[in-house]
Design a protein around this ligand. Sequence first.
Ligand code: NAP
Length: 248
Amino acid sequence: MTRHILITGASRGIGRAAAIECGKRGWSVGVNYAGNEKAAAETVKAVEAAGGKAIAIKGDVSVESDVIAMFDASEKAFGPLNGVVNNAGIVAPASKVADMSVERLTRMFAVNVTGAFLVAREAARRMGTDRGHAGGSLVNISSVASRLGSPNEYVDYAGSKGAVDVMTIGLSKELAPAGIRVNAIRPGLIDTEIHASGGDPGRAFRLAVNVPMARPGRAEEIADAILWLLSDQSSYVTGALIDVSGGR
Ligand code: NAP
């Protein structure tokens, strides 16, 4: 069955890998990005080359009007949504909580928590059978940081992902009667540009010594888990927090 999936933060990293996997199945993808237009255009090309359809949609998940507009744009292009991947997220440079500015904390929670909630809210409004839609699957991208706590690096980030975990548990119960399954993937150390954005490009490989499988994961390995949660293969799975972390 052809599906329409909106993926936030799909211009790079895990979101891009998930978009390409959707393309391989012939699905249509709304490719949201924050500012990197070139990377978003490359994702769109890659989805099309894989056999799917895609459009790039600029928007900041922490801005309510942007989130509404990105859902509108994706539905205008491809019709009703079957799934949403709530993936956009940020880190900040390693810091102790004692040294964190209020500006940093405000941005971290605006993108990773308020943004995730706004995207989840739109998914509920636009896929729920209680509002006349067909139901669907919402996949939240959390992190193993939510159970490790990320001391001396980014406890703020870990806390934001804790909120995503709890939102997943609550919303899965709230939306089960509306035909929407809500699950989270908690990636471990994955080789993407997010580490460079936190000022430490070598982080995933450096810390891989602490991973039982002794290597960072690839974005494609997270995408495989996302695609399972989007598919009917996971039809009885909701409220799950699935660690994809090489045992970390
Ligand atoms: P990434 O390579 O840094 O890519 C981030 C993506 O999010 C980009 O597409 C970026 O768009 C977009 N983005 C950033 N801020 C945004 C905003 N305010 N609104 C909309 N889009 C925004 O990150 P990644 O490693 O793929 O991470 C994806 C998710 O996985 C995040 O939620 C992250 O916390 C989680 N995660 C990652 C790891 C890891 O080790 N990589 C581990 C655990 C969890 P632009 O290209 O336009 O900047």
